[in-house]
Ligand binder design. Structure first.
Ligand code: SAH
Length: 263
């Protein structure tokens, strides 16, 4: 899958895209990603990418023409992209479902705004606007990184074990079940409230079922945990969740039992 990112801060992408599963995918070429410096598409000596807003007011606006030229260059070099995405707090909300949809496209361009945003006419060449949440960041670079990371996880070969993508929170509309790793018991030390020198030690054990070796029971326990957590923390997700018969049964039991979902 191809990504092109247009930014005035290309250095912001260097380390984040060099680490972990995304770093490996970029290195191997499973994800073919190019970061373009918007200043390379200016024509003046000072490589100006921004200007004051027409009509007055604070701040600066990214100019349309360098962005158009960057898009022309990307198209000439890599073909017409399937999507040109403007990162924008005014866009539709980026979700796991959006990530999955975008992962099926062969080539995506991401435009990173800065300052007060981009000249409105840039939207003529944008196919969609995506927001990563209801807050304002100083630029589109972090949103672009968020989008690339979440989308690339769905590209075959990026995450080693595809089951882990399938089981992640949100993939099916359920939060993930709790995970434990060795050792089987860890000690939690808390300073005593009365005597600061005294230390309370609590031994925290892994739930027995996970040590039982009984795979059917483990599977059922995990389903129950995932559903009870979703019910407690994000009941809104259950409306669209894709549940199998066993999960629907567990959900009914939890709802009937008035379980608060904490365990
Ligand atoms: N004045 C603009 C915000 C500009 S923030 C407005 O109110 O709409 C500068 C740039 O940061 C934006 O152009 C966009 O590219 C990026 N950005 C900021 N917050 C974002 C968010 N929540 N999601 C996606 N991009 C965001």
């Amino acid at each position: 899958m191809k990504f092109d990112i247009v930014t005035i801060f290309p250095a912001m992408f260097e380390r984040p895209l060099a680490e972990g599963v995304i770093g490996r995918a970029v290195e191997r070429g499973t994800v073919d990603l190019k970061v373009r410096d918007l200043r390379d598409f200016t024509t003046d000596r000072h490589r100006v990418v921004d200007d004051v807003p027409y009509g007055g007011g604070p701040g600066m606006v990214l100019k349309a023409e360098p962005i158009f030229r960057a898009l022309d260059a990307i198209e000439a070099e890599r073909g017409c992209p399937a999507a040109v995405i403007l990162t924008s707090p005014q866009g539709i909300r980026f979700t796991q479902a959006e990530a999955q949809r975008l992962s099926r496209l062969p080539h995506i361009v991401l435009l990173c705004g800065r300052y007060e945003g981009v000249d409105e006419r840039v939207r003529e060449r944008v196919t969609e606007e995506l927001s990563i949440g209801d807050y304002i960041l100083s630029g589109g670079e972090l949103p672009a990184l968020v989008i690339v990371d979440a989308v690339a996880r769905y590209v075959p070969g990026v995450v080693g074990d595809e089951r882990s993508v399938a089981e992640d929170s949100f993939t099916r509309g359920l939060l993930d079940f709790p995970q434990y790793t060795r050792p089987a018991v860890v000690e939690l030390r808390k300073a005593g409230s009365a005597d600061p020198a005294a230390v309370d030690i609590t031994r925290l054990a892994v739930p027995d079922v996970l040590l039982s070796g009984n795979h059917a029971e483990i599977r059922r326990w995990r389903k129950r945990q995932a559903i009870s957590r979703t019910l407690a923390r994000r009941p809104d997700l259950l409306a669209d969740a894709v549940l199998d018969d066993e999960e629907r049964q567990i959900l009914r039991e939890l709802q009937d039992g008035g379980d608060d979902g904490r365990d």
